[in-house]
Design a protein around this ligand. Structure first.
Ligand SMILES: [Zn+2]
Length: 320
């Protein structure tokens, strides 16, 4: 039992707390959601919007991805449209602050939600991707949108999965004063479009390359991914823009992605050969080299969930 004066005091404090919440809530709700996109110029005519090296959450609103645009003499080429309608609207405003040129083409590097859920804001522009990417967008886009909404909340409101409308393949495409080489690779997903701008030497690697952010593997085929990284190593470029993490001017991001995937690969293969249960694999230590990469612990756990059964099956099917 609480004495009456104390009870009053507690009651008053509680009322004040409630009042405080009520007074502050509308203020919080009225705060406009702003991704604060700040294009960073990395080469002539070329800007990137660098996302956070984080997971989707309600603070970053899904701004965890790198998008880019190239201002050609014919108009603006956009590479990836971001995680939401709001992001792409703010991206278009950011582009308009830099150039009066209209956006004339959007490329999606692959079908993951952070790379294409802004497409609906480019209904007036041809949106293009590899055939396998468009197939993945059609098949999984709605589920991706629900999932991203669950993780990032209001930022995603009004976002509708809008698959790219034009299929592109391998080849050179000239847009204004820029010559883009499109490369159809795979490994991170079934369709990973890499774009090399021959006019500036900028290589847009999509999610085949992660830098200082652990790679994600929900649609990965690791052997193809290694082959794609070898292809990237053979290209000469001035600046590489990874799908996540800072742009680099040498092979360090490819090397980091490769060595991380080699570790995941080797760890899962050896665990399968030992006959480890999935729970045991999840408990394995992450070596210091990879523990230093943001989200490596989380992504390793996800990779075990995505990939371990395949390694177990491969071990069981091997002739004795
Ligand atoms: Zn991806």
């Amino acid at each position: 039992m609480i004495a009456a004066p104390l009870r009053n005091l507690v009651g008053r404090a509680f009322a004040a707390l409630i009042l405080g919440i009520v007074l502050h809530a509308p203020h919080l709700a009225a705060e406009p959601l702003d991704y604060r996109l700040e294009p960073r110029k990395i080469a002539d005519d070329t800007w990137v919007l660098i996302g956070k090296t984080e997971d989707f959450n309600r603070i970053n609103g899904g701004n965890i991805v790198n998008t880019a645009f190239v201002v050609t003499t014919d108009g603006v080429v956009v590479i990836d449209s971001g995680p939401s309608r709001l992001y792409a609207e703010q991206m278009r405003r950011a582009i308009a602050r830099i150039t009066p040129q209209p956006v004339i083409r959007v490329f999606n590097t692959h079908h993951h939600p952070d790379h294409f859920l802004g497409n609906q804001v480019f209904a007036d522009v041809p949106t293009a991707a590899l055939a396998s990417t468009i197939a993945g967008q059609r098949q999984e886009g709605a589920a991706f949108t629900d999932n991203v909404y669950r993780l990032s909340g209001d930022w995603i409101k009004g976002t509708e999965s809008t698959p790219a409308r034009e299929t592109v393949g391998q080849g050179v495409t000239v847009i204004g004063n820029h010559e883009f080489q499109l490369m159809a690779l795979s490994g991170h997903t079934d369709g990973d479009l890499v774009i090399l701008d021959h006019s500036t030497g900028v290589l847009f690697a999509g999610d085949l390359v992660f830098y200082n952010r652990a790679p994600t593997t929900p649609h990965a085929t690791v052997a193809q991914w290694f082959a794609a990284l070898d292809r990237l190593d053979a290209i000469s470029y001035r600046t590489m823009v990874p799908g996540h993490g800072d742009p680099v001017s040498d092979g360090r991001a490819v090397r980091q992605t490769r060595s991380y995937l080699r570790w995941v690969e080797g760890t899962l293969r050896q665990a399968a050969e030992r006959g480890d249960e999935m729970a045991e694999v999840l408990g394995l230590a992450v070596p210091a080299e990879f523990a230093a990469i943001p989200l490596s612990r989380e992504e390793f756990a996800r990779s075990v969930a995505h990939l371990y059964r395949r390694y177990e099956a491969a071990t069981l099917n091997r002739p004795h």
